[in-house]
Design a protein around this ligand. Sequence first.
Ligand SMILES: NC(=O)c1ccc[n+]([C@@H]2O[C@H](COP(=O)([O-])OP(=O)(O)OC[C@H]3O[C@@H](n4cnc5c(N)ncnc54)[C@H](O)[C@@H]3O)[C@@H](O)[C@H]2O)c1
Length: 446
Amino acid sequence: MKIAVVGTGYVGLVTGTCFAETGNDVICVDIDAQKVQRLSAGEITIYEPGLNKLFLRNLKEERLKFTTDLAAGIRDATIIFLALPTPPGTDGTADLRFVLSVAGELGNLMTDYKIIIDKSTVPVGTAEKVYRAIANNFKGEFDVVSNPEFLREGVAVDDFMKPDRVVIGTSSDRARKIMEDLYNPFVRQGNPIIFMNERSAELTKYAANAFLATKITFMNEIAQICERMGADVDMVRRGIGSDERIGKRFLFPGIGYGGSCFPKDVQALIKSSVEVNYEFKILNAVMDINERQKLHLIPKVKKYFNGNLNGKHFALWGLAFKPNTDDIREAPALYMIKAFIKEGCTLSVYDPEAMGNVKALIGDSVKYGENQYEVLENADALIIATEWNEFRTPNFLKMVSSMKNKVIFDGRNLFDINAIRELGFYYESIGRAVAIPSNNPHKMQA
Ligand SMILES: NC(=O)c1ccc[n+]([C@@H]2O[C@H](COP(=O)([O-])OP(=O)(O)OC[C@H]3O[C@@H](n4cnc5c(N)ncnc54)[C@H](O)[C@@H]3O)[C@@H](O)[C@H]2O)c1
């Protein structure tokens, strides 16, 4: 099949590459000329495990091409995916300008039947708006389908190639048949393609993200009371996660969710609910709690240093909003950096993939290390913001030789409390007891 993907970011590039991988001819369109140039030259523009190999193979086989020219990109395609940004507008509603302006342009360019597919996360009713934007300029036959994307950055290729389910919102039999043929190679193990109407498909995506954000936030609240009640959130997590109705996943407490999706989608669903006169109370709470959670470690650090952080120097491990990605959108680490700098601290930071993006955003307001150990030099404490695997079993001896103090504040619960106490560290994490080594004047917290 001939496919165009408009918008070649995290979703568009994975979508385009994976459809090329199953033998389709794909042209990815983007307005960012530099991005298109790099991609055309074989240079991948995002870090996503497993993507580079597929990208290079399909580029070489000429099943995957890139252009800035929308007209050329869609000319031969029957299927056009819109993988465009839908950032929060000033009032928190999803900003549909990118999607609707491209839809308007498509109307001017289309000459024959095409299916236009909203892969972006868009509020309920957007398929109708896209339809109208195209129909204003094109009088022929076409269909607009809602096909929300559920991939997770960090495992996006696997998620796309072997999706738990594919959700397709359409009321057109013609579009349904083409979508089924397109996705059948991805669901050979029997995972469902779930057909529904456009509005239900649009809401399914928001409901999924809002539910997952709520699950994380619930555990962050449980962690808060664990700290106050002397319970261990790791044990509580295991205790409840073994109940099949609850499930083991998404129960890990931390310093809040970030990324390009959960924060904006929770906010957009709240706003969409208001538009239909409904106050989505749980989600309002989820948003508030998450804002607070991102800075959960700051008062702990401040308390440890007797209320004054001015002049302190910290090492920070992890900048990406989660491991295995270079995406820093809404990353808790960025909120912490800002808060620490405001307190008069200096920071040396390290992330395996996200440092380039952080440098582009905040420049040299922090120092960037070559590796996780270099940033520990003279650090008053280590702060951990992202659970990259390479941080899980570090060389503690090497750490100790560089750090000024053996003090760790861990926003992702990477270490075993008893083991780290044995190593002589003062260690605070989320929802667990504080580890205070025996030679430290502090007492173990209840
Ligand atoms: N990132 C994720 O994990 C994820 C997962 C599921 C769904 N989504 C949704 O998918 C959509 C895209 O997200 P993303 O993370 O890929 O965004 P992104 O910012 O990484 O990519 C968007 C791309 O669109 C391009 N673009 C902007 N205007 C354009 C135009 N007029 N014509 C052509 N290209 C244009 C940008 O240059 C950019 O390359 C959003 O709605 C998001 O909510 C994202």
